[in-house]
Design a protein around this ligand. Structure first.
Ligand code: HEM
Ligand code: HEM
Length: 269
């Protein structure tokens, strides 16, 4: 049976696969139909696609924004709180833990307000605040200045963190401009929406790929001392223990000295 800390880590990918990705499928399918219908009506004056696809796309699109931002927050919350608790911040620096928890709540609150806002100014304000909340949380560091969230800065172009943040920001923007898309007779906002969300679709595919890669890379909690003693740059791990050693109970001294700088090793815990 999987240990509790590992089950906690699986929560985010499990929700992504079973809840968020099916919603992405529905939204993209209806986006395609909305466009087809609009073009067919413009060219032929009629279409077999029912007129509700547009409003259904938006209805489920609103769910998509909520679920992607929620998922990104969950993806951030796990490493942030895990590392803070491991470093003893609950006792040493409780105000910092409280402040970060407040920031999570504030980000959720501003997202809820964005869902409710009607006036353009308030939509802009709450969209900006929700986006800022995500970015500020994502770039939190520990007392030594090491990132709390593994960002893969040296390979940012295949980073689950940067793709996820960008996709969540694009969903927030989509929600904020719904009324502009409907009110704009020149279709400029519609075109902006299509371009940005085509990119978002690619980012979602990227999230599928980088997410499963990360699941493969992250060890189970009981394997951490061994896996983090590997040399990640040269892709080498300490020689496995001999058969006779394996039969004896493992002692702390058998765990090889880490070969990497602590900052690099600790990144993924
Ligand atoms: C992967 C995500 C998404 C994609 C690929 C996408 C793409 C599209 C496309 C292709 C259209 C049709 C444009 C046309 O008429 O030519 C559309 C319409 C629209 N989308 Fe999205 N969209 C996405 C998510 C969202 C979200 C999250 C929202 C808002 C919460 C949203 C709001 C709208 C609105 C208001 C329209 C106009 C609908 C209508 O004409 O009735 N979209 N979208
Ligand atoms: C809409 C899709 C997704 C978004 C917006 C998203 C967002 C995020 C964010 C912002 C993080 C924190 C940064 C990081 O540790 O890299 C994260 C972590 C993670 N994500 Fe995703 N993700 C998505 C889908 C997935 C999928 C499909 C999987 C795998 C099947 C996955 C697996 C993971 C894993 C393993 C972590 C590390 C969690 C941890 O350290 O506890 N994600 N995600």
């Amino acid at each position: 049976m999987i240990d509790f800390p590992d089950a906690l880590r699986l929560l985010h990918p499990a929700i992504a696969v079973s809840v968020v990705f099916p919603i992405i499928g529905i939204v993209v399918r209806m986006a395609w139909q909305t466009r087809q219908r609009r073009l067919e009506v413009a060219q032929q004056g009629k279409s077999k696609i029912p007129p509700v696809v547009g409003s259904e796309h938006v209805k489920i699109g609103r769910w998509l924004t909520g679920s992607v931002v929620g998922l990104a927050l969950l993806g951030l919350a796990h490493p942030i709180f895990k590392k803070l608790i491991k470093a003893g911040a609950l006792n040493n620096d409780p105000s910092r833990v409280g402040l970060i928890a407040l920031l999570f709540l504030a980000t959720i609150a501003t997202l809820v307000l964005l869902f409710m806002a009607r006036e353009r100014l308030w939509r802009a304000v709450f969209a900006t605040l929700t986006g800022m909340g995500l970015v500020i949380l994502g770039f939190q560091t520990d007392a030594q200045g090491n990132p709390l969230v593994f960002r893969r800065d040296n390979e940012w172009f295949v980073s689950h963190f940067y793709y996820g943040l960008a996709a969540a920001l694009l969903m927030i923007f989509s929600l904020a401009i719904v009324q502009e898309i409907y009110q704009d007779r020149t279709n400029r906002w519609r075109t902006v929406h299509i371009m940005l969300n085509s990119l978002a679709t690619l980012l979602f595919i990227g999230q599928g790929i980088t997410g499963v890669r990360d699941l493969l890379e992250i060890p189970l909690s009981w394997q951490e001392p061994y896996i983090f003693s590997c040399d990640y740059v040269n892709k080498k791990c300490p020689e496995p223990a001999k058969q006779s050693q394996l039969l004896e109970p493992a002692s702390q001294s058998q765990i090889p000295e880490p070969l990497l700088a602590p900052a690099m090793r600790g990144d993924r815990t």
